[in-house]
Design a protein around this ligand. Structure first.
Ligand code: PPE
Length: 311
C-alpha cells in the first residue's frame, strides 16, 4: 500500500502517519468497528466516487445496528470523502471509512469509549488478480459457514464479521483457490469472503436473498438494477450448494472484486470454463457506468473536483 498525504479524523485532516489509536482502544479487544469500502474511478470528466451516498448510508446503518453513536451527518461524511480524495490528488482510489469505539473504559460494555471516525484512501488494483475479470477465478466451497442469523448481524459491515471472512479466505488460499464461497448456517449459498455471488442457469440469474447471511452489497444492487434494465431475468432465491456445480455461469460482485467471473468451483468447471455471455453483458454495463462512458442516469457517480496540485 502506498501512503497518501492525508487521512480525515473526527472532522479534520491529519497526516497519514498520525492516524493512530491506543492499543487499549475498545475495538482492539472486542472488534467494535464498522467500515466501508468505496471505489473512486477515473473518468474522462475526472475522478468520480461510485455510489458514495449508498455506501455512507450503509456505514451509518452498521453503526446504528451496533448502537455506535456518530456525530456526523451523512452529508458531512460524503463531503469529507470527496475532499479527502481531492486533497490526496488521486485519479482513482479505494476509500475506506472506519468507525470504531476508542480508548477510555475497560470491559465489554462500551462506556466512556468515544467513537473515532477515520476516512482514508489509497490506490488499489484488481482484487482477485489481474486476469480475474477476463479469465475468471477458481474457487472452492469453504468448510467455514457464514455467520449464523442472530449471532453477528450480516447486514452490518463490521470488522468482527471479517474474522469469519479471514477464515474463508485463508483456507481457500492455502488450498490453491482464489476465493472461498461460504454456505449459510442452513447449508445454502451465502457469499464469498468479500463478495456477493450470482448464479446463472438457463438464462435466469439467481442471487441469495438478504436472509441468507449476506452483506447487502452495493455492487449487488447495481447488478440487479442493470440486469433489469437489460431485460435479463433476475431472482433473489435461496440457492442450494449443488446449483453451483450445474450452473451455466457464476460471478462475484463487490467494490473491490467489481464483477468477476468464476470459472471453476471445487475443481468442477462452471459452464464453458470461461466468462459467460450474461456475465460479460453485466460486466460491460457496469464498467461503462463506473468509467463514465454510459450516461449516469441513476446519479451513481459523485465527481471529485480537481486537486490543487495533481500528482
Ligand atoms: N460481501 C462481503 C462479505 C463483502 O466484504 C463485500 C465487500 C461484499 C459482499 C460486496 O459488497 P459491496 O462492496 O457493497 O458491493 N467487500 C469489501 C472489502 C474487501 C476487503 O478485502 O476489504 C469490498 O469489496 O470493498
Amino acid at each position: 500500500m502506498t501512503p497518501t498525504d492525508k487521512i480525515w479524523h473526527n472532522g479534520r485532516f491529519i497526516a497519514w502517519d498520525e492516524a493512530k489509536i491506543h492499543v487499549l482502544s475498545h475495538v482492539i479487544s472486542y472488534g467494535s468497528s464498522v467500515f466501508e469500502g468505496i471505489r473512486c474511478y477515473e473518468t474522462k470528466q475526472g475522478p468520480a466516487i461510485f455510489r458514495l451516498r449508498e455506501h455512507t448510508r450503509r456505514l451509518l446503518d452498521s453503526a446504528k445496528i451496533y448502537r455506535i453513536p456518530i456525530d456526523y451527518s451523512i452529508d458531512q461524511l460524503i463531503d469529507a470523502q470527496v475532499e479527502l480524495v481531492r486533497l490526496n490528488g488521486l485519479r482513482s482510489c479505494y476509500v475506506r471509512p472506519i468507525v470504531l469505539r476508542g480508548y477510555g473504559g475497560v470491559g465489554v460494555m462500551p462506556v466512556n469509549n468515544p467513537t473515532e471516525v477515520f476516512l482514508a484512501c489509497w490506490e488499489w488494483g484488481k482484487y482477485l488478480g489481474d486476469e480475474a475479470l477476463s479469465e475468471g477465478v477458481d474457487v472452492c466451497i469453504s468448510s467455514w459457514n457464514r455467520i449464523a442469523p442472530n449471532t453477528l448481524p450480516a447486514l452490518a459491515k463490521s470488522g468482527a464479521n471479517y474474522m469469519n471472512s479471514q477464515l474463508i479466505r485463508m483456507e481457500a488460499h492455502h488450498n490453491g483457490y482464489a476465493e472461498g464461497i461460504a454456505l449459510d448456517a442452513e447449508g445454502r449459498i451465502s457469499e464469498g469472503s468479500g463478495e456477493n455471488i450470482f448464479v446463472v442457469r438457463d438464462g435466469r440469474i439467481h442471487t441469495p436473498p438478504l436472509g441468507s447471511s449476506v452483506l447487502p452489497g452495493i455492487t449487488r444492487d447495481t447488478v440487479v438494477t442493470l440486469a433489469q434494465e437489460l431485460g435479463l431475468p433476475m431472482v433473489e432465491a435461496v440457492i442450494p450448494r449443488e446449483m453451483l456445480y450445474i450452473a451455466d455461469e457464476v460471478f462475484f460482485t463487490g467494490t473491490a472484486a467489481e464483477v468477476t467471473p468464476v470459472r471453476s468451483i471445487d475443481r468442477i468447471q462452471v459452464g464453458s470454463g470461461r466468462r459467460g455471455p450474461i456475465t460479460a453483458k453485466l460486466q460491460k454495463a457496469f464498467f461503462e457506468i463506473v468509467e463514465g462512458i454510459a450516461p449516469d442516469k441513476h446519479g451513481w457517480l459523485t465527481p471529485v473536483p480537481a486537486a490543487v496540485a495533481a500528482k
